[in-house]
Ligand binder design. Structure first.
Ligand SMILES: C[S@@+](CC[C@H](N)C(=O)[O-])C[C@H]1O[C@@H](n2cnc3c(N)ncnc32)[C@H](O)[C@@H]1O
Length: 276
């Protein structure tokens, strides 16, 4: 089995054989137009202004923290936390040239090292689906945001995968394997309800479809890692079936009829202002 694991390396990047692989994965994802748009929308939703204090939980290499630091300016504070030292080292390295120095701390999303009501706004992106207890992380987010403060979560829902191919039953098993790879691969659809349960108001939900219509060598290799290896490891499909599935998708791509989609949820909520 080629480097396969039963759980995503993103929950323990520093303990993987090649931590920098995850930086490359993040950079690749962030370079797509759809991803850039969603990141922009999520920052707009936070309605930041100069002087605000803002937090990004599971900030990765800190791209959004740097953007938010530019908005809140020298009177404000933009902070990123992440579990992984590899990610934080890269975030700090990429922030060295920044005039408006953002702050980075190592922390678990479910135990933030901040007192309550500390931030005007908070975001998290692509982290809740990875972790054991996303409810605890959302509660922490709400705890550290001020009354009246804004929170935004952006999460993929891998239960929404659609992959067109000539063997739908095999595709279904591949998707099942992909979903099983993460602790909470369908948490995104629960976020609106969860935001309500933890007391957030003004909840706004939007979904964005991400689509892949072409397959280059790198995308093919990601499909092999993400679906075929995962399915073989969980005995949901044999390796021969996996290779047949890839060949089928590759043929569809050659004919220009390959299509894979899944949805991202962008969920906004506001902590109620204190009465009186
Ligand atoms: C898929 S990446 C997303 C990074 C960034 N938010 C983005 O969208 O580019 C997930 C990030 O969450 C971090 N992470 C995973 N588990 C965490 C936890 N329990 N607490 C804080 N961060 C965590 C990982 O180290 C990684 O940087």
């Amino acid at each position: 089995m080629r480097n396969a694991s039963l759980e995503s390396g993103f929950i323990k990047i520093d303990a993987t054989a090649d931590p920098s692989k995850y930086i490359r994965k993040m950079d690749r994802k962030a370079s797509g137009e759809a991803s850039k748009n969603i990141k922009r929308v999520s920052i707009d939703l936070l309605q930041l202004k100069p002087g605000d204090r803002v937090l990004d939980i599971g900030c990765g290499t800190g791209g959004e923290v740097r953007k938010m630091a530019a908005i809140v300016g020298l009177r404000g504070r933009a902070v990123g936390v992440d579990f992984s030292e590899t990610m934080l080292d890269e975030a700090k390295k990429r922030s060295r040239a920044e005039e408006l120095r953002p702050f980075f701390f190592q922390s678990d999303a479910t135990r933030l090292p901040f007192r309550e009501d500390r931030f005007d706004a908070c975001r998290t992106e692509g982290m809740l689906y990875l972790i054991e207890d996303p409810v605890a992380a959302v509660k922490e987010m709400v705890r550290v945001v001020k009354p009246g403060g804004r929170s935004v979560c952006i999460e993929p829902d891998f239960g929404t995968y659609r992959i067109e191919g000539s063997e739908p039953e095999l595709t279904k098993r591949m998707i099942e394997a992909r979903c099983a790879h993460f602790k909470n691969s369908k948490v995104a659809r629960l976020l609106p309800l969860l935001f309500g349960k933890v007391g957030l108001t003004d909840i706004k939900i939007s979904t964005v479809e991400l689509a892949q219509n072409q397959l280059d060598a790198e995308q093919m290799s990601m499909l092999r890692d993400n679906f075929v290896d995962a399915a073989a490891l969980r005995q949901l499909a044999t390796r021969d079936e996996g290779e047949r599935w890839l060949a089928d998708l590759n043929e569809a791509a050659t004919k220009g009829i390959y299509r894979m989609t899944f949805h991202l949820f962008v969920v906004f909520g506001r902590k109620p202002a204190r009465e009186g």
